[in-house]
Design a protein around this ligand. Structure first.
Ligand code: GRG
Length: 297
């Protein structure tokens, strides 16, 4: 039997994907640039961030209309920019992303940088084109800029690069991840709350949920990285295995990382219990947490 979250994803994922493709296809612009932008966005990905926005709207009984899809899509556009830039030779130097060649491997570095720039900037245009009240558009745009920019994801990326081959403390690692991945997840929850006109108290608790969820997401990703690399042992592994990466398993071992993951999931669930007492439904958000808790890794 399908879970509530699986049914929800079936209902909304293809609409969101169609929205993204038609939004990019209908932009005026240079053909190769558009192809490069579409190439990475259409490659799939889990769509966790936009789905969080849609889920919060649904749990708050806010109608999921075209404007909600636009705000969700804009976040995926921005997230995809960050992945394209992260894969570049001067950053993580990856050949594969979302099951296909990375953007720079396919289109060359210059176009990949520009495709990322295009996705980042049009994410804001995408919010601007909605029929939402101007004050809501301004609130969302400034929160997105804060989460993605020098007070959020970009600083996290810098901290990550500067921390390479150094041993960070747990506090430094948490700070790095809060900026690099947590800030956009926090924005997802905030944007869902703004679109649903949640109260300040509900938004504050949703923020607590986002912090714990973001942490669980990152630890899970770190664990997955170690376990899948171990499974590949014996096969040719492209990455330089001698390079030191700041991850939870690296800092505290796999068991320690699992314990931190469990603690983050429990904390996130506690926030959902409070949100339920405040009148929100939480089944979908709980479903997102199960995804980490089930961890068939
Ligand atoms: C280049 C400014 C700049 C930032 C890059 C997002 C990011 C910051 C780097 C990605 C590298 C990475 C593996 C981060 C850890 C967790 C993470 C954000 C994974 C990618 O997000 P998913 O798992 O990917 O949601 P999909 O493809 O499913 O969307």
């Amino acid at each position: 039997m399908k879970s509530e979250l699986e049914r929800f994803q079936l209902q909304h994922l293809s609409v969101l994907n169609d929205y993204l493709e038609s939004y990019l296809s209908n932009l005026n612009g240079e053909r190769t640039l558009k192809d490069a932008m579409l190439y990475s966005v259409s490659a799939g990905g889990k769509r966790i961030r936009p789905m969080l926005i849609l889920a919060i709207c649904c749990e708050s009984r806010r109608k999921i209309d075209k404007d909600v899809y636009a705000v969700a899509a804009s976040l995926e556009l921005l997230h995809t920019y960050s992945l394209i830039h992260d894969d570049l030779p001067e950053m993580d130097n990856d050949d594969l992303r979302r099951g296909q060649l990375t953007n720079h491997k396919k289109f060359g570095q210059a176009i990949a940088v520009l495709a990322g720039d295009g996705l980042l900037t049009t994410a804001f245009e995408c919010i601007g084109k909605t029929n939402l009240d101007d004050s809501i558009k301004a609130t969302l745009m400034s929160a997105l800029a804060k989460a993605a920019g020098p007070q959020g994801m970009v600083s996290g990326q810098v901290a990550d690069i500067q921390g390479e081959n150094k041993q960070l403390t747990l506090a430094q690692l948490q700070e790095l991840h809060q900026c690099k991945t947590g800030a956009l997840i926090d924005y997802s929850c905030y944007a869902g709350g703004v679109l649903s006109a949640l109260s300040a108290a509900q938004q504050a608790e949703l923020h607590q949920f986002a912090m714990s969820f973001g942490l669980a997401f990152q630890i899970y990703d770190d664990i997955l990285d170690v376990v899948s690399t171990e499974k590949q042992m014996g096969k040719a592994v492209h990455k330089d295995q001698s390079e030191h990466k700041n991850t939870y398993p690296e800092l505290m071992g796999l068991d320690g990382a699992y314990r931190q993951l469990d603690a983050a999931i429990l904390k996130a669930q506690a926030s959902l219990d409070i949100l339920e007492k405040m009148g929100m439904k939480t089944e979908l958000l709980s479903g997102f947490l199960d995804y980490f808790a089930r961890r068939k890794i």
